[in-house]
Design a protein. Structure first.
Length: 158
């Protein structure tokens, strides 16, 4: 009687992927102060690392009342919308998938050519080839569906 064992390998991979995404896309906050100097100009923004006193001295005045703070998050990706991110990532994922699919197909062909006497290896080669092509087809169809949905919704692509 076979018993099923629970493995946590898949769950740990998902956890690693989530942690990687959180680390890579962690926003960095730099705090800039809005200074009101009595030199006549108000709303001067002090760059990170400088105080309102330093900025107002360079403006020829002293700090007035009403200094506040704001949060500036730099756009390190260079994209303004999530659609722009998706449009930039999908072609790169297709290239990555192609780079992975090519050796898998070659490996399956190698197993088919050099294991004619072993039915187990032939079945393994067929299974490898089948699931490689199914996975690649899913990636291509998924990118096509994303394009079709964006066209239907009128969202600009590219």
């Amino acid at each position: 009687m076979k018993t099923l064992q629970r493995t946590t390998f898949g769950a740990s991979l998902v956890g690693i992927e989530i942690a990687t995404i959180l680390i890579l896309f962690q926003p960095t906050a730099s705090f800039a102060q809005t200074c009101n100097c009595n030199s006549g100009r108000t709303g001067i923004t002090a760059p990170p690392g400088q105080t309102c006193e330093q900025v107002c001295q360079s403006e020829g005045g002293v700090v007035g009342s009403g200094a506040g703070g704001s949060v500036t998050i730099p756009n390190f990706l260079g994209f303004n919308t999530i659609q722009a991110v998706i449009n930039a990532v999908i072609p790169k994922l297709i290239i990555l998938a192609t780079v992975i699919v090519a050796p898998m197909v070659i490996w399956a062909a190698y197993m088919l050519m050099f294991s004619p006497a072993s039915p187990d290896l032939i079945n393994k080669a067929k299974t490898t080839l089948l699931w490689t092509l199914v996975g690649y087809a899913i990636i291509l169809v998924g990118s096509g569906i994303a394009y079709i949905v964006s066209e239907i919704l009128g969202v600009p692509t590219g």
